[in-house]
Design a protein around this ligand. Sequence first.
Ligand SMILES: [Fe+2]
Ligand SMILES: [Fe+2]
Length: 138
Amino acid sequence: MLINPQEMPKVAVDEMNEVHSTEVEILNKLYEKILEFENDSSKFDEVVKLFDEFLNDVIQHFSFEQNMMEETNFFAYSMHRGEHDRVLFELKSLEKMLKEKNDVKTLKEYLVYNFKPWIINHVKTMDTVTAMYLSNFL
Ligand SMILES: [Fe+2]
Ligand SMILES: [Fe+2]
């Protein structure tokens, strides 16, 4: 397991918590598959499949929050969106390295040393403030 579900902070909007817990589930599945791949390189295609699932989920997660922020004219929208865009850009570079160079090692290191601490911190800070604001409209 890369992220224990209990490590994910809870925010004031339930739908956001649900989106986050689904994402952690998919991320953990991807991570387990990467560990399997390390002992059995025939698992490469399954790593790619789960990476695609993870990337799609991240795209939906971010646009779900962005739509709510837009609809409610959230004051820090551009800052929050900037963080989402930066991480999506990084994930798309990793997608290229994975699919064109079969580079699973860089993906694993990114997930462990960048994505994991980033998502926990992001939910604790930007998502928390955003959810507090959004909860006034629900
Ligand atoms: Fe989020
Ligand atoms: Fe966010």
